[in-house]
Design a protein around this ligand. Structure first.
Ligand SMILES: [Zn+2]
Length: 283
């Protein structure tokens, strides 16, 4: 039977329905300790293999780390296939490797050679512990791991590599995946808008606070004073005049004039006058 195989017998480009991918993973996760198996149902379209359905293997014998399609399993599979997918073909099989990685064991290779020897038939291995998966197909006489498998969903085909982490993939496979992608920028937009509004509100509050403080609290002028003479180094009247402009004409505006005019002499004079204030002034 091996002699009949041509060197050109290679697995055609394969497209997997996202729904099938989801169901296979779900089936594998339903049993995290022992292997589960099933067959892939599909058809050839425009030179590509389309995996459109799957049938879980009932009554499969699970011995240690490998799974076996028993007579009962095949009977169940053919019964379902003839009833539900009469126009499609069995295009491969899947089984899980709970916790021991992606490869085809000797036993798996035996199953593939004996039950899935047609060129387009593939083997899908999925590890529900690590969420890894791999596809294997024919390359002439040999069974090789396939590089790229396309996943199709309601929104069209999407290529993804075999080694991706399925956590991202799970999102992509879900039908609401694209909706999520749309929703995210919107959420980001509204959060940045909220941030800007908060910033503006804070700036406004600070400006308002400064304005209120400007009117309520007495203005304190910091005037540099000559330590020798005790005289202000800056001309005071010009400094005060802008703030005092309105009450200036009235003589009875002590509140406004006092804080501005008195501090410099008060703060600097007394110690200076006791010491050498007189000398400095006389000179
Ligand atoms: Zn295996």
């Amino acid at each position: 039977m091996k002699a009949a195989r041509e060197k050109t017998d290679v697995t055609p480009p394969t497209v997997v329905s996202s729904e099938v991918a989801r169901r296979i993973r779900q089936h594998a996760r339903s049993n995290m300790k022992t292997e589960v198996c099933g067959v892939l149902i599909g058809s050839m379209k425009n030179g590509s293999l389309h995996i459109e359905e799957c049938i879980s293997g009932k009554d499969a014998a699970q011995a240690g780390t490998h799974v076996t399609f028993t007579q009962d399993t095949w009977e169940h599979i053919y019964k379902v296939k003839d009833a539900e997918f009469p126009d499609q073909r069995i295009v491969g099989w899947y089984h899980s490797h709970p916790g021991f990685g992606i490869f085809l064991s000797e036993h798996d290779t035996f199953i593939h050679r004996n039950f899935f020897s047609a060129p387009e038939q593939v083997a899908w291995v999925y590890d529900p512990h690590s969420d890894e998966e791999g596809f294997f197909g024919w390359s002439g006489e040999r069974i090789e791991r396939l590089g790229l498998i396309a996943v199709s969903d309601a929104h069209g085909g999407e290529e993804c590599s075999e080694t991706h982490n399925s956590k991202e993939q799970a999102d992509a496979y879900e039908d609401e995946g694209p909706a999520d992608a749309l929703r995210e920028p919107q959420a980001r937009q509204s959060s940045s808008l909220r941030w800007i509004i908060a910033m503006l509100t804070h700036l406004l509050a600070i400006a308002l606070g400064l304005l209120i403080a400007w009117y309520i609290f007495p203005r304190v002028l910091v005037v540099p004073v000559d330590p020798q003479t005790g005289k202000p180094l800056v001309e005071l009247p010009s400094e005060i005049s802008p703030g005092l402009a309105p009450p200036a004409p009235a003589a009875n505006a002590p509140a406004a004039t006092k804080p501005a005019e008195t501090p410099p002499p008060d703060a600097s004079r007394p110690p200076e006058e006791e010491g050498k204030g007189g000398h400095a002034q006389s000179k």
